[in-house]
Design a protein around this ligand. Structure first.
Ligand SMILES: [Zn+2]
Length: 549
């Protein structure tokens, strides 16, 4: 009798953890475990705090819980983590007019007209994505053409590559643009056939002439953008993001959402430069706020530009622009000052470095400074796109994180070949080499530059092929990573890169119950299937935040 009672008590104690609340049963669960290996399971238990209380493997008994969710045999993965994105950029992108799917000027004008009619309260109509090449126009569009769609409000639309802007007459008036206006150096004002009158298109730095007239978004618009961004990430199965370049206004929006209980995306924040770092963080990084949903981790710095505009800083000149090395955006002294200032406050630096010279300079600077700052610093190199093979081993030193974006590889492939030449691509997007050398890879999207599509990124990571299967066999295919490495790059390693390990990124007891239910097992499915993965449900902190129609 006594033995029986004890046995029953013991069984209850083991089977039903304290606070056990929701059992999510009947899933094909996958996570990285403590050893960095893949672990499979069939159910998990979520406690009252939104943490995982228990993982149930095949053949193990289910505890009794208040609620039970049937996973219907679907694949459960940890919520994807985007290690490099721009949260508010994604949100504003979702709120403004997108012309990237238009195939003619007429089609674009119709879309602009409709959008303006549907958004009567907006004082300016803003948007992006137009491409006169795709339209087959053979010239830039004009302000008069834009006036024919919207003449009652200013309209300003960025070209697909972000390197030109198209204004209507009211936008030019608001910006004070006249035939006497001069373009700043590094910019150009397009003119009509009379060679005097501004046509409405502004190139590169001349875009600032119009941009400075565009009213800054109000707090309520920022909050709306954040809400939109959360929807976009959740749809892609992303539950956490490293926000690369948080301003004080962005941070206040994150805080308002956190205070209101509507922050359902974990944001690891990197302030937009040293000034914003101090404005937001004061003497050091913030605490983890709102059940691990927000923390100011560190600071985003820029050491060079991008390959497309030949702003990436190279050791040798551009193959398609002799004499041009690109440009460093900080002097050696500035870079070191900024890194030291961050490190002194315990802020984690995340430095944009694309070209060979930028990466070499950054890796050398970190090597010099790391001696003075012991402890676990996790210096982040953002992009690390084109690294001199001689410098690649340094990416595995000093606890450096290589934060890289698989989708950039497919988007940039042909451009990288043109900019560098075929014989200078050995250290290009060198994921596998970095891992082989002992480095740490965190994967992201750089959204809104690329879609925040983690499964497309995953497919590229394991194939080096684009959505059309090009190039066949993969581009520099030895730099593919394996499926487990890709999963880790988008989950556990991306969490580690933001000092979030043990909090989220894996489906293990004690970590936050952030998970997704999808239709494919990315460790088994074909790359095409992985790319087309359907996200049925997204859960954050033990709560469903998205469900597909
Ligand atoms: Zn970025």
């Amino acid at each position: 009798m006594k033995t029986k009672y004890l046995a029953a008590l013991l069984a209850t104690t083991i089977a039903v953890p304290a606070n056990a609340d929701v059992l999510v049963d009947n899933v094909s669960g996958i996570t990285m475990d403590e050893e960095g290996k893949v672990k499979r399971f069939e159910a998990l238990v979520i406690d009252d705090d939104g943490r995982i209380a228990q993982l149930i493997e095949r053949g193990e008994d289910r505890p009794r819980t208040e609620y039970r969710e049937d996973g219907e045999g679907r694949v459960m993965l940890p919520g994807m983590i985007d290690a490099h994105a721009h949260v508010m950029g994604v949100g504003f992108g979702a709120l403004t007019l997108d012309l990237s799917d238009t195939n003619s000027l007429d089609e674009a004008l119709e879309k602009i007209r409709t959008f303006a009619a549907e958004n009567e309260a907006r004082p300016w109509i803003l948007g992006r994505g137009w491409n006169q090449e795709k339209w087959g126009l053979g010239r830039f569009p004009t302000a008069a053409e834009l006036d024919s769609a919207v003449a009652d409000r200013p309209v300003y639309l960025e070209r697909v590559d972000g390197h030109a802007g198209w204004a209507n007459t009211l936008a030019m008036q608001a910006a004070g643009i006249t035939a006497a206006s001069k373009a700043p150096s590094g910019g150009k004002i397009e003119l009509l056939a009379d060679k005097k009158t501004p046509s409405g298109v502004f190139i590169d730095l001349a875009m600032d002439l119009v941009n400075k007239a565009v009213p800054a978004p109000r707090a309520v618009e920022r909050d709306l953008a954040l809400a939109e961004a959360q929807k976009v990430f959740h749809r892609y199965g992303i539950t956490s993001v490293a926000d690369m370049g948080t301003t004080i206004e962005d941070w206040q929006s994150f805080r308002r959402a956190g205070d209101a209980g509507s922050l359902n995306l974990r944001i690891m924040s990197y302030a937009f430069g040293p000034e914003q770092m101090v404005l937001i963080g004061g003497p050091g990084p913030s605490q983890w706020l709102y059940d691990d949903k927000l923390r100011l981790n560190g600071v985003k710095l820029y050491l060079d530009g991008a390959l497309g505009s030949r702003g990436a800083w190279l050791k040798r000149p551009y193959a398609d622009d002799p004499g041009n090395y690109g440009l460093p955006l900080q002097t050696p002294a500035q870079l070191r000052n900024n890194l030291v200032r961050a490190a002194q406050g315990g802020f984690q630096p995340a430095v944009h470095a694309i070209g060979t010279a930028a990466n070499a300079e950054l890796l050398n600077a970190i090597d010099e400074i790391a001696e003075s700052f012991d402890g676990d610093r996790r210096w982040r190199v953002e992009h690390a796109q084109i690294v001199d093979p001689a410098d690649l081993p340094k990416l595995a030193d000093n606890g450096i994180i290589a934060s890289m974006q698989p989708l950039h590889q497919t988007s940039d492939r042909l451009m990288a070949e043109a900019r560098l030449g075929m014989d200078r691509l050995d250290g290009a997007y060198a994921w596998n080499t970095i891992l082989d050398l002992g480095g740490t890879l965190a994967f992201g999207s750089d959204a809104p530059v690329e879609p925040a599509d983690a499964f497309a990124g995953y497919a590229v990571a394991i194939t080096r092929m684009d959505a059309n299967g090009e190039p066949f066999g993969g581009w520099l295919p030895s730099e593919r990573v394996n499926r487990e490495q890709a999963l880790a790059g988008f989950t556990s390693k991306a969490a580690y890169a933001g000092f979030a390990e043990g909090r989220f990124g894996r489906l293990l007891p004690g970590e936050r119950a952030d998970f997704i239910l999808v239709d494919n097992d990315p460790l088994l499915a074909t790359p095409e299937e992985i790319r087309a993965t359907k996200v049925f449900e997204t859960w954050v902190n033990g709560r469903k935040v998205y469900e597909a129609d």
